[in-house]
Write a protein that binds this ligand. Structure first.
Ligand code: FAD
Ligand code: NAD
Length: 484
């Protein structure tokens, strides 16, 4: 069969659309097949991230945070506002507008880069052939020199709380409530549970989160996780750890319907009644209908497409990127993999540095980290120094009424290289970029301490924490520094 394209990308989420754009920029003829459609059945680019993930959740997080500020915090600043009201249908409509602007933007980028946009389903056959079925059911086989699989992920479901898209919803349903449920249950105190639990708690729901593990946010630094748990608790999120949901059932009829959840914690069984229940227990790789039996691509033991460090699958010239492969299920990780693979197809040799992938939880205050936690360094027996600086001692934080939080830097005790940075505080998502840049350039804590930071800024906390790692923070009393 003659070649139709240099590259076919399957999936136009952040991983796939970045790969397609970079391929095209590098002079490769590129097509992208994507099956996602909106409520009206029209094709949409951008995948989970733009349509049902990163962007819509942040639109609601930002709107609900501003509502809380106007309702509760403005008076601290000497601003009196009366009758603050949340218009939830308008918030949801605005969220949809933001999404639409961005997905149309990706359409424009595809057109501008001469990428052939093929709405519909792609299935990888042998030897880089792809069976394409358009949204209206037309089928044809397409031949490429290379194929990039970027089919993403879908929510994990649990038999004890099956999604009915009415009372029991996943994250997609929880982005579309038209009013704040009075009693909201969430299963899973992971990133989605905390972010969407925060949105609806701010808008008036009583939120109870049931988490199976005994430990809260085990992937975060222990000190930070403790602070986050306490702060979210004060904000009204009732997070119950070690709580395993054993059953759920719908009670009542019509407007009186509710969901009764049974859970077991500490050997005792309890029941809770909710108006809505969000199931947020993780996401699994989405591979249904993606591979023919002779595609040559293998799965790993957890169902992800098996790839090596540079995202090659076991089939020649077939690559896989984003949530459908191992590693953190984060949009920016998928984007970097997409660009890496495009460049490798074009003969370049880039790598993704998986040791420096930032994580952010967009609660308020935000939580962000990169690199190792203190617990990981302890467990590895690596000697390290710690420097930390509280937001409460930062002038700009106090001026902005954002005095809750901490910046913590961990550096190697011998080489002083920065090994991990953990931020809990306002704008942590922005501040963490400084840590990522520092670690990519192998900076030491001393390097950061020698750099001039604008005053007054929240970022000065990074400077002070870096100085603190060598015992020389200016705005902290430190007996060792006074002697030295
Ligand atoms: P996806 O975005 O899932 O895209 C895959 C695309 O492939 C989809 O359009 C799908 O329809 C299509 N597809 C699948 N199979 C086929 C096929 N056979 N043929 C054609 N098309 C196919 N990450 C962050 O980094 N930051 C955040 O703030 C953040 N917030 C999130 C909030 C929520 C509520 C959720 C659910 C996720 C969030 N994420 C966030 C995670 C982020 O959305 C994912 O990591 C990211 O979307 C993965 O990108 P991807 O391109 O691998 O897959
Ligand atoms: P997660 O892995 O972050 O959290 C799931 C939580 O559910 C875990 O704490 C787990 O212990 C718990 N759990 C699992 N089964 C359970 C059960 N039966 N009962 C009670 N608790 C149970 O997953 P998520 O929150 O669903 O998010 C999915 C993915 O989306 C994450 O990997 C995340 O990276 C990504 N995401 C990222 C962001 C962000 O970057 N800000 C935001 C949202 C989602």
């Amino acid at each position: 069969m003659s070649k139709d394209y240099d590259v076919i990308v399957i999936g136009a989420g952040p991983a796939g659309y970045h790969a397609a754009i970079r391929c095209s920029q590098l002079g490769l003829t590129t097509a992208c097949i994507n099956k996602m459609v909106d409520d009206m059945g029209s094709p949409v680019l951008g995948g989970t991230c733009l349509n049902w993930g990163c962007i819509p959740s942040k639109a609601l997080l930002d709107a609900s945070h501003k509502y809380v500020e106007a309702s509760n915090d403005f008076s601290d600043l000497g601003i009196e506002v009366s009758s603050v009201k949340a218009d939830i249908p308008k918030m949801i409509a605005r969220k949809r507008e933001v999404v639409s602007k961005l997905t149309k933007g990706v359409e424009g980028l595809f057109a501008g880069n001469s990428i052939t946009n093929l709405p519909g389903t792609g299935k990888l056959m042998a030897n880089c052939q792809v069976a394409y079925e358009s949204l209206d059911g037309n089928k044809k086989n397409l031949q490429a020199d290379n194929v990039i699989l970027a089919s993403g992920s879908v929510p994990v479901t649990i038999p004890t709380a099956p999604i009915d898209n009415d009372l029991i919803v996943d994250s997609t349903g929880a982005l579309e409530f038209q009013s704040a449920p009075k009693r909201l249950g969430v299963i899973g105190a992971g990133v989605i549970g905390l972010e969407l639990g925060s949105v609806w708690s701010r808008l008036g729901s009583e939120v109870i989160i049931l988490e199976a593990l005994n430990e809260f946010l085990p992937q975060a630094d222990g000190r930070i996780a403790k602070d986050v748990f306490r702060t979210l608790g004060k904000q009204g999120l009732d997070i119950r750890l070690g709580a395993r949901v054993t059953a759920s059932k719908i009670k009542g009829k019509g407007a009186k319907k509710s969901v009764l959840v049974t859970y077991e914690a500490g050997g005792e069984e309890s029941e809770l009644e909710f108006d809505k229940l969000i199931v947020a227990v993780g996401r699994r790789p989405y591979t249904e209908g993606l591979l023919s039996s002779d595609s040559g691509v293998n799965l790993d033991e957890r169902g992800f497409l098996f790839v090596n460090d540079t995202c090659s699958t076991d089939a020649p010239n077939v690559y896989a990127v984003g949530d459908v492969v191992r590693g953190p299920q984060l949009a920016h990780k998928g984007m970097e993999e997409g660009v890496m693979v495009a460049e490798r197809i074009a003969g370049k040799k880039p790598l993704v540095n998986y040791d420096v992938v930032p994580s952010v939880i967009y609660t308020h205050p935000e939580v962000a980290w990169v690199g190792k936690t203190e617990e990981q360094l302890k467990a590895g027996g690596d000697p390290y120094n710690v420097g930390s600086f509280p937001y409460a001692a930062n002038g700009r934080a106090l001026a902005a009424n954002e005095n809750e939080g901490i910046i913590k830097i961990l550096s190697d005790a011998e080489s002083d290289r920065i090994l991990g940075v953990h931020v809990f505080g306002a704008q942590a998502s922005e501040i963490i970029a400084q840590a990522v840049i520092s670690m990519e350039f192998s900076a030491t804590a001393e390097d950061l301490g020698l750099i001039m930071f604008a005053h007054p800024t929240l970022s000065e906390g990074m400077h002070e924490a870096a100085l603190g790692a060598s015992g020389h923070a200016i705005h902290m009393v430190n007996k060792k520094a006074r002697k030295g």
